[in-house]
Design a protein around this ligand. Structure first.
Ligand code: UDP
Ligand code: MG
Length: 334
């Protein structure tokens, strides 16, 4: 199989050469045991860096046959950079592994991902087993975020962060998701197919600083919720109903006060309208929100379904042909 590694790079001049060195050793090793073909490659996506990142990619491209590069004209952020790399590498490879250019992830896991791919998995998630290299704040905010997502019904893989293998057909399916507010960790589980997880022990960054500023992280977290869940709108409706009940109770209390006469003039009408109108406004916003939520889902034009297999005589012949092809390939490579 032809493997592609996709690495997003934003101002990574300090770690890039080191990362390329380590990955070259890994690829050489996998080629030597015939796990991947020698035309496998690493594709560096320069996400509008302002330092020498692209120059290093060009320099390495000239002397290292594994190196390929994509240069983005401006910084579009981690998620879009990965997407650019995956979509470019998709037609040149059988499977793509996305991994950060700082190699904080465990590169030995790539080999296991490839094994899982060969066993028939289309998506293999790298799952962080130890996050000791991440700061306490980063760790605990991540945990809180996963919990919030789960409460909102967003289906993601716990402790997984964009270190994953995807087969070509999984990528083809991914390419049908046209949305701009990209949150890959939420989309990939929607694709289906057979998946597996491998353990990923996170290391310290070897050089350079984190390129994920607080602002970028908050943006990603926001996308992780609002691109997948319209449940907050239900909460507005729920709050509307709640206040409607409160307004009924308040009405009883206010009327009792009115008839017992211990009130300031004008208080009764003011209080009655306050609760009631508050509830009606909330319900109104919630109902309008429902429609906006629907519009939101419609404009994304996500695929309605993903066919995994079709049982049909003619199709069967062709799918047999492809299975045969892949067996042939594994025969050759063993
Ligand atoms: N990155 C990117 N564009 C950005 C920010 C980051 O392509 O706007 C890349 C960066 O070069 C790295 C990866 O995304 O390869 C993850 O970033 P980083 O390691 O700084 O994040 P952290 O590991 O601290 O969460
Ligand atoms: Mg990092």
């Amino acid at each position: 199989m032809r493997l592609a590694l996709v690495l997003p790079c934003y101002n990574e001049e300090e770690v890039l050469r080191r990362s390329i060195e380590q990955l070259t050793i890994l690829l050489d090793k996998m080629v030597a045991v015939h796990k991947i073909t020698p035309d496998s490659f690493m594709m560096f996506v320069n996400d509008g860096s302002r330092d020498a990142t692209w120059d290093i990619i060009v320099e390495q491209f000239r002397k290292n046959s594994y190196v390929k590069g994509v240069n983005l004209s401006i910084n579009v952020g981690h998620q879009n950079a990965i997407m650019a790399g995956m979509m470019t590498a998709m037609d040149m490879s059988d499977a793509v592994v996305t991994i950060d250019a700082d190699l904080q992830d465990d590169i030995a896991a790539i080999e296991i991902m490839v094994d899982r791919y060969r066993e028939g998995c289309d998506v293999v998630y790298g799952v962080k087993v130890s996050r000791t290299a991440d700061s306490f704040i980063k760790r605990s905010s991540a945990v809180m975020f996963y919990k919030l997502q789960a409460a909102l019904g967003v289906n993601t893989v716990y402790n997984h962060a964009d270190f994953r293998l995807m087969s070509r057909r999984a990528l083809q399916q991914l390419s049908r998701y046209k949305e701009r507010n990209l949150y890959l960790r939420g989309i990939v589980p929607l694709i289906g197919y057979k998946t597996a997880t491998v353990n990923d022990v996170i290391r310290e960054r070897e050089a350079g600083k984190s390129k994920y500023t607080l602002k970028k992280m908050l943006n990603l977290a926001m996308d992780g919720i609002t691109s997948f869940s319209v449940r907050p709108i239900y909460w507005i409706i729920a709050a509307g109903f709640f206040f409607l009940i409160v307004s009924v109770l308040a009405t009883i209390y206010i009327l009792i006060s009115f008839f017992s006469g211990h009130i300031v003039p004008g208080w009764t009408s003011l209080m009655l309208s306050l609760w009631f109108i508050g509830a009606i406004i909330l319900l109104g916003i919630g109902i309008i929100g429902q429609y906006i939520g629907k519009i939101y889902i419609e404009v994304k034009q996500r695929p309605r379904y993903n066919i995994e297999t079709i049982l049909d005589e003619k199709k069967e012949q062709s799918s047999n042909a492809t299975t045969k092809e892949s067996t042939d390939e594994s025969l050759v490579s063993h």
